[in-house]
Design a protein around this ligand. Structure first.
Ligand SMILES: O=C(O)CCC(=O)C(=O)O
Length: 366
C-alpha cells in the first residue's frame, strides 16, 4: 500500500533526509502529488502547448572553420544578446557519448534509494559529489519535482575515486569536451565585446566546473508542479544535454506581459548553451542571463545533463572596465565570486532576482 504522507514532516523526511527523492515518492505508488509539491498558480506551467517554440535552427559550430565563420559568430553573439539561449550541433562531442550519458543518468537514478543516499550532503565520501532533490528544500514553500546528482570537478584523481561508478567515465569525458566548446564560445563572445583577456584570466573565469545529472520522474499532476522553477544560472555559460521528452522553457525578456516563454524543443544530437548571471555582469548587461524553467510530464521520466562553468570563488567579478568606459556606466558593482555564489545558493529560485545582489542602486548589501 502507498504511504499516505499526510504529515508534511514525514514526507520531507522520506524524500529529502532519507534520500528517497521524488523518484522514491513516485515508486511508492502515489496517485496525486502531495501538497508540498503544489506550486502557487503564478508558478505553474499549465499549458504545454500554449507557448511558442524557439524556432531558430541550431548553430552549426563546425562552420566556424569555413567561409561562414563570421555568420556563426554573429549568430552566437546575437543569441547571447537577445535570449541568452541557443542550441548547437556539430559541436565536437560524439553522439554516442551523449546517448551514454542519458543511459548513465537513468542507471544511476534507477538504483535503490540506499545506493544513492550515500552521496547525500553530510554522508558523501567527497564534498565534490552531492545527491539531492529539489533546489533548496529547506527554503522552498513548494518543492521542485527533480532529483539530481552533482559532480564538481577538482581533479581526474578525485573524479575517478569519488564520482559514482555508473557515471564517472562518461561524465568526465562530457565535462572535458564541453569545456573545449565553452572556451571557443566564450572567446567569440569576448571578441564581440572587444575585450581581450589573457588565457590565465579565461581559465580563472571558467575555473569552477560541475556536471549534474537531473532526473524528473513522471508526475501525476504536471499542471500543479514544476520540474525546476524560474531561475537563471549563477555562472558563465552552461551546456545542457536534454533527452527527447521536452519541457524546457526560456523567458523572452522585454515583453510587456512578463510571461513570454519559449519552449526549447529537444533536437537530436544538439546541445543547449545558455548565458549565466556572471557573464551578464561581466558584459555590463550586454549578454542576457537566461531565465528558464522546466515543466514535468505525466508520460515518462525525463533526464537532462548540464555542465555549469563558473569563476573560481576567489575571482572578483564586475563589468569589464573597457565596457564601463564605453557605456559610461557600470550596471553592477564588483563582488567576490564566493559572495555572489553564497547569496545565490541561499535563496529559493525566484527568476533573475539573484542579480539584485550586485545591481547598482539596487543591491541588498552583503
Ligand atoms: O532540465 C533542464 O532542461 C534544465 C535544468 C536546469 O535548469 C538546471 O539544472 O539548472
Amino acid at each position: 500500500m502507498a504511504p499516505s504522507f499526510e504529515d508534511a514532516d514525514s514526507l520531507f523526511n522520506f524524500v529529502v533526509n532519507q534520500g528517497n527523492g521524488v523518484k522514491g515518492l513516485v515508486d511508492s505508488g502515489i496517485s496525486k502529488v502531495p501538497e508540498r509539491y503544489i506550486q502557487p498558480p503564478c508558478e505553474r506551467i499549465s499549458k504545454p502547448d500554449g507557448y511558442q517554440v524557439y524556432e531558430h535552427l541550431p548553430i552549426d559550430l563546425s562552420k566556424l572553420d569555413g567561409p561562414e565563420h563570421d555568420k556563426v559568430v554573429r549568430d552566437i553573439a546575437s543569441a547571447a544578446e537577445t535570449l541568452g539561449f541557443f542550441q548547437v550541433v556539430n559541436h565536437g562531442l560524439p553522439l554516442d557519448l551523449l546517448e551514454s550519458l542519458k543511459e548513465a543518468a537513468h542507471k544511476f537514478f534507477d538504483q535503490p534509494a540506499e545506493k544513492k543516499a550515500v552521496y547525500l550532503k553530510g554522508a558523501s565520501p567527497s564534498p565534490s559529489v552531492k545527491y539531492g532533490t529539489s533546489f533548496i528544500p529547506d527554503k522552498e514553500k513548494a518543492l521542485e519535482w527533480k532529483d539530481y546528482i552533482s559532480m564538481h570537478y577538482t581533479s581526474d584523481q578525485d573524479a575517478h575515486q569519488f564520482w559514482p561508478q555508473d557515471c564517472k567515465e562518461v561524465a568526465l569525458q562530457y565535462l572535458k569536451m564541453s569545456m573545449n566548446m565553452i572556451k571557443t564560445v566564450l572567446r567569440i563572445l569576448l571578441e564581440n565585446l572587444g575585450v581581450k583577456l589573457e588565457e590565465s584570466k579565461i581559465d580563472g573565469l571558467l575555473g569552477f566546473k560541475m556536471v549534474n545529472m537531473n532526473y524528473y520522474p513522471a508526475c501525476p499532476n504536471p499542471d500543479l508542479t514544476v520540474g525546476v522553477g524560474r531561475h537563471s544560472d549563477v555562472g558563465m555559460l552552461t551546456v545542457l544535454l536534454q533527452d527527447g521528452i521536452g519541457g524546457l522553457y526560456v523567458r523572452r525578456e522585454g515583453s510587456t506581459n512578463g510571461d513570454d516563454w519559449l519552449e526549447i524543443p529537444p533536437v537530436s544530437g544538439a546541445l543547449v548553451i545558455n548565458v549565466g548571471d556572471t557573464l551578464q555582469i561581466l558584459s555590463n548587461g550586454k549578454y542576457l542571463s537566461a531565465e528558464h524553467r522546466v515543466r514535468t510530464t505525466s508520460k515518462q521520466s525525463r533526464v537532462s545533463i548540464p555542465v555549469f562553468t563558473s569563476p573560481n570563488p576567489t575571482e572578483t567579478i564586475g563589468p569589464f572596465p573597457e565596457l564601463v568606459e564605453r557605456d559610461g556606466v557600470a550596471h553592477y558593482r564588483d563582488v567576490l565570486y564566493a559572495d555572489y555564489m553564497n547569496n545565490f545558493f541561499s535563496n529559493a529560485h525566484e527568476g533573475k532576482k539573484s542579480l539584485d545582489f550586485v545591481q547598482k542602486n539596487n543591491h541588498t548589501a552583503a
